[in-house]
Design a protein around this ligand. Sequence first.
Ligand code: GN1
Ligand code: MG
Length: 356
Amino acid sequence: MPSHLPGLYGLDEKLCRIHPFGNGLINNTWKISCGDEEYILQRINQKVFKQPFLICDNIRQLSAYFKKNYPEYLFVSPMLSLSGSDFIIENKTDYYRMFPFIKGSCTFDIVTNPSLAFEAAKQFGRFTRLLSAFDSSQLHITLPDFHNLSLRYQQFESAVKLGEPERIARSAETIETLIENKSIVETFEKIKASPNFKLRVTHHDTKISNVLFSSDNGIGLCVIDLDTVMPGYFISDVGDMLRTYLSPVSEEEKDFNRIEIREEYFRAIVQGYLGEMQSELSDEEKRHFVYAGKFMIYMQAIRFLTDYLNNDIYYGSKYEGHNFIRANNQIVLLNRLVEKEEKLIQMLDPFLNASA
Ligand code: GN1
Ligand code: MG
């Protein structure tokens, strides 16, 4: 990280300590401690986000909307540099932003009790609900086709044809399983065509570390990391919560016996999210709550395997076969979810208006 960056925000570089922060796969993040104040500095990955200024503009639009309509909402905007800009360009290509570290807040990397899942789900639901009168088509598409499962499936099919031959051969069984589950793509296509599914302001990255909690009482404060906020379907946000909160272990786990679906965490996500979004969602949308999990887990399995077949160009890899393991981890998670599907769907009954 260029060490002169804090200076561009008026901070005394000699007093600043800088540490890598978080475990995202895409952007680089650092925490800066400078005297009594703390900040988060982030470099936007431009291989992924080809037009970073679109992110900046989306955040400006949302910030203005919240300021006007919900001034009490804690909206964490990038800081202005000494020259008055909310981002800094280095070497003509690298985009950096700095955020204040909100005092009295904390984040979590793993979901260790249902109340965290409840609070996070409530914050993601609240975010979309508060923005329900904001015209989502005003937002720029920062990542075209990000959660377009049909396109992800096509990319998977072409990697199966054109990817690294040895890796394709080694993945035969995994490829087979993914093809067997193609009905998940077909359901997505029906969703896109259905008048009962609405495009709303959607976060698209609802992992637990993207929620700020109060360090005093563990109550959720707000959501952060707004780079992928775009028009989308609720299945993206609910699905990624189900994908990342239900199991005690993450996509990195190699011991697949440890992957399980914790029902009380499912209940917490339903209560937290629908507590906010109950009257926003149609019954047909609500009936796809568990499908949302299948959609996101399956898409992630496909993305990891596609990347493995393409020699890890997107996610990178820390050990041989890393993305292959991640893909298979997600397939096990998908199977565990499907095993409990009926039982989980029943937990939604109290939230449905009309009977099925
Ligand atoms: C990436 O960088 P991170 O961890 O927030 C990815 C998500 C995946 C996730 C899997 C822009 O998110 O879609 O679900 O990895 N983000 C992008 O860990 O591709
Ligand atoms: Mg992210």
